[in-house]
Design a protein around this ligand. Structure first.
Ligand code: EPS
Length: 398
């Protein structure tokens, strides 16, 4: 899925710390470490979170690949302590033998032959995404260096939708994301935020959980990232992989893909127009910024669907695997609705895939080598193209 960068994470949810290695960065990228902590703090906030977020205060420790304020070109090593470890370190941990429907408890136990379902939970936990957000905050700084901006917001919680244009333009997206940053539900609309909060309160009162949809975007992305020449180089496919790798994410949409599926082609495809000084323009972006698996240079738009959290306060029917008897689940501390916290995780994975695609396009080992290559990247201008209008033959030797 990644073609130049490599990302590995390690760590248990209640172990001493999470570890991250991000490999393949160019040397000489200045990094603001506070930006990593800022993104981690976003991932911790949000109405509907469970008790764990009152314990943790995620902050990074870097131990490799970062020298004199810049990346060294070597693997970047990041650690995030689990403050909750102090509460688990000396504890006799009661075995968990009743799997929660929807969680990785049962599939993990079958696969890894664990004696305690808690061992599945420890690594399957979405705690792991803290490491991805830290790595994504690094990728984001690489993208921002070249003017690419990433943002996002909550679009729906359970059946309550936020009124958002089907395909917002760049200025609307900036404004939506800026408003969402101020809201503890990640919602860009104050009225809708109140409705979402009421929905989450009802869900909590019913001892239940809620899922939803968030939207993320990238602006000022150059055209030409990704490719159609091989299936695993298509940027849309790489983005889908990255989004569905986030725990609980079950669907992805590029632009208004599901609405487009019900329309005729003439009502979907974004027509191309000549504009001033040899530029090519689109007046719409229903493709969501991707054509032929390649970025068009228009805003990249993704919606991601999250299933409701699988740990519910209300018991669910299951089986005690110790005895084989029918049983009901016991409550494990968890979130009620993690949509607000999912937005920065989606943004982090978007930054990772786009930084990777940009580095794939540009090559190079140092920022000094890469910067002029970025300036020379083709835009949506006739001068960047090489069409001569002459006919041609395949001329394959047989
Ligand atoms: C999670 C259960 C909860 C969540 C956790 C994901 O943790 P705990 O079992 O410690 O209460 O808070 O998410 C995080 C710790 C995090 O940092 O996002 C689960 O079972 O997936």
């Amino acid at each position: 899925m990644l073609r130049r960068l490599r990302l590995l994470t390690a760590g248990e949810s209640h172990g001493p710390h999470l570890s991250v290695i991000l490999d393949g960065l160019p040397a000489g990228l200045p990094l603001q470490l506070e930006q990593l902590n800022f993104q981690l703090a976003r991932r911790q906030k949000g109405f509907g979170s469970g008790g764990r977020m009152r314990i943790e205060k995620d902050r990074v420790r870097l131990s490799a690949g970062f020298v004199a304020g810049k990346t060294s070109g070597g693997p970047l090593a990041i650690e995030i302590p689990n403050l909750d470890f102090a509460n688990w370190q000396e504890r006799e941990i009661e075995a968990m033998t009743i799997p929660r429907p929807g969680h990785a408890d049962l599939t993990g136990a079958i696969k890894y032959q664990h004696a305690d379902l808690r061992l599945c939970l420890e690594r399957a936990s979405a705690r792991e995404t803290a490491g991805r957000v830290a790595a994504g905050a690094v990728c984001r700084q690489l993208l921002e260096h070249f003017g690419v901006r990433i943002g996002g917001f909550v679009e729906r919680i359970a059946s309550v939708a936020v009124p958002i244009p089907e395909v917002p333009d760049a200025a609307e997206l900036e404004a939506l994301a800026a408003r969402a940053l101020q809201d503890d539900l990640g919602c860009p609309d104050p009225q809708a935020s109140a409705a979402l909060r009421a929905e989450i309160k009802q869900v909590m009162a019913a001892k239940d959980t809620a899922g939803g949809v968030f939207r993320i975007f990238a602006l000022h992305l150059p055209p030409g990232l990704g490719s159609y020449v091989q299936w695993d180089r298509r940027l849309d496919a790489r983005l889908a992989f990255a989004m569905l790798s986030i725990p609980a994410m079950k669907g992805i949409e590029i632009g208004p893909a599901f609405a487009n599926a019900g329309r005729r082609g003439s009502a979907v495809h974004d027509e191309i127009f000549p504009a001033d000084s040899g530029r090519l323009r689109r007046h719409s972006n229903r493709a969501g910024g991707l054509e032929g698996g390649i970025s068009t240079g228009e805003p990249l738009l993704l919606s991601v669907a999250m299933k409701p959290i699988s740990t519910t306060l209300a018991p669910r029917r299951s089986v005690d695997l110790k005895s084989g008897e029918a049983a009901v689940t016991r409550y494990e501390r968890s979130d009620f609705c993690a949509l607000p916290r999912a937005v920065p995780i989606g943004e982090a994975m978007l930054a990772l895939v786009l930084a990777d695609a940009l580095l794939e396009k540009l090559g190079g080992d140092s920022m000094r080598e890469i910067e002029p290559r970025f300036k020379a990247l083709a835009g949506n201008r006739l001068d960047d193209l090489d069409l001569d209008g002459k006919s041609w033959r395949f001329d394959y030797a047989i």
